[in-house]
Write a protein that binds this ligand. Structure first.
Ligand code: UDP
Length: 238
């Protein structure tokens, strides 16, 4: 628990979380529910940047091979994130949340190009921005892209939404005696190979710049709001 209220946060969703009951792709019901959870956050005058993954469509690391170059596979992965971001933007707008989709891959026909000043302008106008394409370069996941973007936009924290309610000392799916760790340092996460909740590259970048990360379960009512208000039930990496 902290007693901090954040005023600018980066919220990271994986593509998988947007699939809901489907095997892949986007379940609009999930995005609609997320919009209803995010509305009260905005009422607290919190500026919100969302980075969305693309694993519900493709992950470069898995797709590469059999003739598909890693770089091409990563391009396909980034396009997956764009599909998620476009759908989410429309659904948020339909729910009355002013939202802009900014893309870090060139896709000017379908989204605005990510430009640092433009992103800040949208945020100052209380618009949610949903960033597609990670940071637009291969060999990176959206976890690392999320930390990079949070630093670029002066966010106070990265909120990583996961299916787990925090950091565990080992995989809670495999080990029934896995213990939740409420507060842990970046360094401890980096040095413990049993902790795989987030890419080590992302943790390392956050550590170098003293950026806290909160791992929490977003799909539970009020968890996003409580986390933003500093009362998370998740784990804080700092
Ligand atoms: N990706 C990339 N550069 C980036 C962000 C993402 O190349 O800056 C590619 C990478 O192949 C990645 C895929 O896009 O696997 C989808 O993102 P990610 O795996 O992070 O999605 P998530 O697991 O969060 O759904």
């Amino acid at each position: 628990m902290t007693d901090k209220k954040y005023t600018r946060v980066l919220l990271k969703f994986s593509g998988e979380q947007l699939s809901g009951d489907f095997d892949g792709g986007i379940d609009p019901k999930i995005c609609t529910w997320l919009a209803s959870e995010i509305k009260p956050v905005l009422e607290h005058k919190v500026e919100l940047i969302i980075m969305v993954g693309g694993g519900n469509f493709a992950r470069g690391e898995r797709l590469a091979g059999n003739g598909i170059k890693r770089v091409t596979a990563d391009h396909i992965g980034m396009l997956g994130t764009l599909m998620n971001a476009l759908a989410m933007t429309d659904i948020f707008e339909a729910q009355g949340i002013a939202t802009r989709c900014l893309s870090n891959i060139f896709a000017t026909q379908v989204a605005e190009q990510f430009i640092h000043r433009l992103a800040n302008k949208h945020l100052e106008k209380n618009r949610v921005i949903i960033v597609a394409g990670g940071i637009g370069r291969p060999y990176i996941t959206t976890d690392t892209a999320a930390v990079s973007l949070a630093l670029e936009l002066d966010c106070q924290v990265v909120l990583k939404a996961t299916k787990y309610d925090g950091v565990y000392d080992k995989d809670p799916n495999k080990y029934s005696d896995a213990l939740k760790i409420e507060n842990i340092s970046h360094k401890e996460v980096l040095s413990n190979n049993n902790i795989k909740i987030m890419d080590k590259a992302a943790i390392g970048l956050a550590m170098d710049h003293d950026l806290p990360i909160i791992i929490f379960e977003a799909m539970k009512k009020k968890n996003i709001l409580n986390t933003v208000l500093g009362h998370t039930s998740g784990s804080i990496i700092s």
